[in-house]
Design a protein around this ligand. Structure first.
Ligand SMILES: *Cc1c(COP(=O)(O)O)cnc(C)c1O
Length: 392
């Protein structure tokens, strides 16, 4: 379709690679380990609460910042797991997924020409939201080969990315697509920069409950570092933690002056969303620790299953410390370009993966890397692994 009328700032953004690869999976009957959505439902209690709310008349506009029960549950949840205090009135905002929270934050805090530091490979919506705001992204590259073979970055590169127009640092940990968990040292570098340059940090923590036991450390919200609470917008979502990516219930927490700026924009993007799902997410956030423990350990077992299969198939598998994802180097299999490799993979092996080069500005840094999702049923991963062994 012609995009002649599309505004210039959105022209670089074509159809997402997820759409292309998912369509390829449907067309070829391949096992889809491309897009990161679970193939099982979330907790029974949550689904029941949604049905009750839907039948109980919770079907009109909820309050702008979210229903009080959900705001209270968000505050209690982050206090229970991360020791972070937020006032449900004024420091908690419910959004249409983490995606809207990120977009509204960037639109609220960046003038055209302002700069946003982000780590590449980056989640695809970041680049689009930065462009919509007329802002400019300044990527810092995550490279494999740090301690334990993990992805890491050069603190000098981070410092060099900050200039007079820098407003925000956008940090996603645990990180999609690499499966990296930022270490306390790395978080310290980010916090130092934010404090010294008076920058606001925006943290995407949608995988906060997916840090595996062999990660470099537990999940640490950047907002818990000294001096960071007052300059951090912390974002998360129900989608990944409760296997309901189609619900699009997310949230932002942060100091009232920053959060009210975000609300100002958010109210004109979606105004509100998901009235009957909000009470259900409140129930889910209040589930006992056992739910979260089983969720994490189940996902870690799926990771182990997929990593073993990819290793057998001959990939150069990189460490995945968390999230739904593992990345792999295709060069041991004779590949050099991940996009070509992923387009051919359904034909060669009946599996779909996603090339990560599309999430870099410096595409060469990720040309040979592809991402596989393991948030799938055991038998689905087993089938994918059987198919991938043909490659070796
Ligand atoms: C899935 C994902 C999101 C989107 O979350 P929604 O709640 O569906 O909007 C945001 N950031 C990252 C890193 C993700 O993987």
């Amino acid at each position: 379709m012609s995009t002649d009328r599309l505004v210039a700032r959105m022209r670089p953004f074509g159809t997402t690679v997820f759409a292309e690869m998912s369509a390829l999976a449907v067309r070829t009957g391949a096992v889809n380990l491309g897009q990161g959505f679970p193939d099982t439902d979330g907790p029974r209690e949550m689904l029941g609460a949604a049905v009750t709310a839907l039948r109980g008349g919770a079907n009109q506009y909820p309050p702008g910042p979210g229903i009080p029960a959900l705001r209270a549950a968000i505050a209690e949840h982050q206090k229970r797991f991360w020791g972070l205090d937020s006032d449900p009135d004024g420091e908690v905002l419910v959004t249409a997924g983490a995606t809207e929270a990120v977009a509204a934050t960037i639109l609220a805090l960046c003038e055209p020409g302002d700069e946003v530091i982000c780590f590449e490979p980056y989640y695809d919506s970041y680049a689009a939201s930065i462009a919509l705001a007329g802002a400019v992204r300044r990527p810092v590259t995550l490279r494999p080969g740090g301690p334990g073979g993990r992805y890491s970055f050069d603190p000098e590169e981070l410092r060099a990315a900050a200039g007079p127009r820098t407003r925000l640092v956008l940090l996603n940990s645990p990180h999609n697509p690499t499966g990296k968990v930022f270490t306390p040292e790395e978080l310290g570098w980010v916090a130092d920069l934010c404090r010294e340059r008076d920058l606001v940090a925006v943290t995407d923590e949608v995988y906060e409950h997916l840090v595996f036991t062999d990660a470099s450390g537990p999940h640490v919200p950047l907002a818990t570092l000294p001096g960071m609470r007052e300059r951090t917008i912390r974002i998360s979502s129900a989608g990944k933690t409760f296997s309901c990516t189609g619900w699009k219930v997310g949230w932002a927490t942060g100091p009232a002056p920053l959060l009210s700026a975000v609300l100002r924009v958010k109210q004109f993007l979606t105004f509100v969303n998901a009235a009957p799902l909000q009470p259900a997410v409140a129930v889910a956030l209040g589930l006992p620790d056992g739910y979260f423990d089983v969720f994490t350990s189940t996902m870690q077992a799926r990771r182990d299953q997929l990593v073993a299969g990819l290793t057998d198939a001959g990939f150069g598998v990189l460490p995945s410390e968390g999230t739904y994802f593992v990345t792999a180097d295709i060069r041991p299999l004779g590949g050099s370009d991940g996009l070509d490799f992923c387009r051919e993979l359904p034909g060669r092996a009946g599996v779909v993966a996603v090339p990560t080069q599309v999430f870099y500005d410096h595409q060469d840094a990720g040309r040979h890397l592809v991402r596989f999702a393991f948030c799938k049923r055991e038998e689905v991963i087993a089938e994918a692994v059987t198919r991938l062994r043909k490659l070796g």
